[in-house]
Structure formats: structure tokens, C-alpha cells
Ligand binder design. Sequence first.
Ligand code: IPD
Ligand code: CA
Ligand code: CA
Length: 263
Amino acid sequence: MPGSANLNIMMKAARKAGRSLVKDFREVENLQVSMKGAGDFVSRADLAAEEILKDELLSARPTYGWLAEEGGETHGKDPTRRWIVDPLDGTTNFLHGLPHWAVSIALEHKGQIVAGVVFDAAKDEMFYAEKGQGAWMNDNQRLRVSARSRLIESIFATGLPFGNRPDLPDILQDLGRLSPATAGVRRWGAAALDMAYVAAGRYEGYWERRLNVWDIAAGVIIVKEAGGFAEPLNPRGDLLQDGNVICANEPIFEQFAKVIRNN
Ligand code: IPD
Ligand code: CA
Ligand code: CA
């Protein structure tokens, strides 16, 4: 797909940050002997990737605002446009040497996400979309959500709470209702890729609570442009603000949402 200038800037930045992360990822295994060493190293890799992205994106578009996981928010001269960035989504996978993590970049214009890029650098898969232009992977592979329409033949992904987060009971109840009705539920550990995989038809749906805007901003437009639905878990909520997301292909969405929303 011939992308806009902004999309090309986003993909170039994602590739550059991705190269830096891949180099660091190869080092992580050598550091596993010292957990603290590995943890500090990954934090530095994460920060270095964010610096690369900031440098690339803001030197190309100096008037845009900036919101990123590590460095927070900076207002731009142009109050209508903002980059929303997660330099490394799937940090725990990265730390454990699991090749499932991504760089995520979205462009917001007047409160709407107008372009998104999710780059899985370890597998060299670039997922991207622009409003009204469809969703794509790598050079010219058009993305379409899957056509499966029966829950029992469908697989879903979610995120399980970790540490002492309070939302374990909710997700356990979700799983109790959903799992028996489906072909399975996966937990891969990178929200941005979960959404890209729904767009690519690799699984039928995904839901998760308590995410941040940088986890989902790029994924939402990729799912929608691939023909899928991405909505807030609470139908009256605001998807990007609440961070509780449910997305799926069109034929599955209603049935899936009914089970997850428990209505
Ligand atoms: C995390 C991942 C994970 C999700 C967490 C996120 P991070 O992002 O997307 O899949 O379950 O809630 O915080 O911390 O690796 O950027
Ligand atoms: Ca994240
Ligand atoms: Ca992150």
C-alpha cells in the first residue's frame, strides 16, 4: 500500500527502534544469570528504543505532541496531533528471552487515531493501517480479520493480571464462561500484537482490562481497518481512556461480547 508521509515516518522509526531492540534482545539471554542485571538491561533497552522513536518522530514532525510509556507527555505546538508510543510492548517476554514483543506507534488527530504501526522486530512483521486505507502487513499483504463465525471453532487471546493486581477474579470468571464455548484462549503477553493478530485473522478475538492508551492505540486502528470491531468492554465507556478492550471479527463479535460482558 502506498502510505502517507506520516505512515512512512512511523514505519522508518519503528524499524530503527526495532533494530536496536533486536540487538539488545540477543544480549538478554547472556544476562539471565543475574535477574537484576537482566532487569536493568531491559529497562535501558526500552528507554533507548523510546529515545530513538522520539528523535525520529519529533524531528520529522516537530510540532506534534508526544505521549509515551516511559517519558510521559509533552504538548506540541500543534494541539491537534500527537504521537502515542509504546517503545516495547511485551517487556516481560523480552526479559525472559521470548521472541514476542513489539514497537507500537499511533498518530492521533483531533482525538481520533488516524494511523497505527505495530512492529514485531524479532519476526520481522510490520502491521500498519491508516484511516480509510485498510490494514496491511509488510510490503503489500492486505490484512483481513478471520471469517470464522462459530465460537466453538474460534480462538481468543487475553491478558492475565500479574503481581497483586486486583482484577484476577474478573478474568477468572470470564474464562469460566468463555473457555468451554470456544476452541481455546491464549495469553501471549503483548497487547499490541494481540490486536494485530486479530486483524491478521490469526485468532478471532481478544479482550483485556486495565491497559494504557499506548498499549492499544495502534492496535485499534489496525483491527478496524482489517474489518474487525474494537470496542470498550463497557459499551458506554471510552475505549482509549478506560483501557478495557474487546475486539473480534464481525461474525463473532456479538456472541463473544455477550459472554465477556455477561449480558
Ligand atoms: C503489557 C503487555 C501485556 C499486558 C499488560 C501490558 P508492557 O505492556 O501489553 O500483554 O497484559 O497489561 O502492560 O508493560 O510490556 O509494555
Ligand atoms: Ca505495553
Ligand atoms: Ca512498554
